[in-house]
Design a protein around this ligand. Structure first.
Ligand SMILES: [Zn+2]
Length: 53
């Protein structure tokens, strides 16, 4: 069951990044070149808590 969950998680959130400003979800494979679709802010974090800043 755990494996299945991980796969689903990756599929759901693998390309999802959260805007640091307005917390909008942005689906992209290249966050470095992507601005928030909502506010245009160039600061996206991965949905998973892998990156700490
Ligand atoms: Zn935003």
């Amino acid at each position: 069951m755990a494996e299945k969950f991980d796969v689903a998680e990756e599929r759901l959130f693998g390309n999802i990044y959260i805007c640091r400003k307005c917390n909008a979800r942005n689906k992209t494979k290249n966050p470095a070149k992507t601005n928030c679709r909502k506010c245009g802010y160039h600061g996206l974090r991965k949905k998973h808590k892998e990156i700490k800043e």
